[in-house]
Design a protein around this ligand. Structure first.
Ligand SMILES: *[C@@H]1O[C@H](CO)[C@@H](O)[C@H](O)[C@H]1NC(C)=O
Ligand SMILES: *[C@@H]1O[C@H](CO)[C@@H](O)[C@H](O)[C@H]1NC(C)=O
Length: 231
């Protein structure tokens, strides 16, 4: 700092030599220049401060498919950069746009209104260990969709009994306890099944344990998040 000031003094002394022979005159010229200098410096600081506060925190960059992206705004999905606010990453591999697409079972991108998503990961809370129902994977089948919806809305205690082929079924709702509901559903189911094809009935659902899974026409949906689409 000392050196800098001396240099200024020297420069000023030289520049003002002609009109400013006295030392006091040179000093006041120096003071004017110093005031000018500090004004410029604060201007530059102001600008630097503005630039620093414009960006929200230090930007953090990462690489995605060989390209760099800002981690506060974007993310990487299967080697593709996507926007955190308007897009998602499906199955860690495909980018989809919230406004018009969904991610089906965290596996596959589908377009609303064009493709359906069958929520096969909506496993029922309870599954009968004694029997495999043929229609369980695609439950409820189209011809049971409305019954299933009404069964689910009816209220506990309730049970749905069915044959393994899913050809004969019977339900019981609004019972005092689960045992009564199961017995009534099983007895009525068995009477129908014996007359129809001799199959045995088993309990398929207990107290609506599988009711998140619903069908509306050809579309499957999760009733716990979009009940409105059924009404
Ligand atoms: C996606 O990646 C995360 C973290 O590596 C992992 O926990 C998750 O199971 C993955 N999901 C799929 C659908 O592969
Ligand atoms: C499964 O079979 C066992 C043995 O017959 C029986 O005790 C049990 O109640 C059955 N479970 C159901 C849910 O039907």
């Amino acid at each position: 700092m000392q050196l800098l000031l001396r240099c200024w003094l020297l420069l000023l002394a030289r520049a003002t030599d002609d009109e400013c022979a006295e030392e006091s005159c040179a000093m006041s010229a120096l003071q004017r220049r110093a005031a000018q200098l500090s004004f410029d410096a604060s201007d530059a600081l102001e600008e630097a401060f503005a630039v620093a506060t414009l960006s929200t925190g230090p930007p953090s960059f990462a690489l995605c498919g060989g390209k760099s992206y800002d981690k506060s705004q974007e993310n990487c999905c299967g080697g593709e950069i996507y926007s955190l606010t308007s897009q998602g990453c499906c199955g860690n591999s495909s980018v989809y746009t919230f406004a018009k697409q969904g991610c089906c079972n965290d596996e596959q991108v589908f377009t609303y209104g064009v493709e359906n998503c069958v929520p096969h990961k909506l496993k029922p809370d309870w599954v009968n260990p004694n029997v495999t129902f043929e229609c369980a994977e695609d439950w409820p089948p189209a011809n049971y969709g409305n019954y299933w919806l009404r069964y689910c809305a009816a209220g506990q205690h309730m049970a749905w009994a069915m044959t393994p082929s899913c050809k004969v079924g019977w339900l019981s709702v609004k019972q005092d306890n689960l045992e009564d509901a199961e017995k009534q559903a099983l007895d009525a189911c068995q009477a129908k099944a014996t007359a129809y094809n001799g199959e045995t009935c088993y309990v398929f659902d207990r107290d609506g344990g599988g009711c998140r899974r619903q069908r509306c026409g050809t579309e499957m949906y999760d009733a716990s998040v979009c009940l409105g689409s059924a009404l």
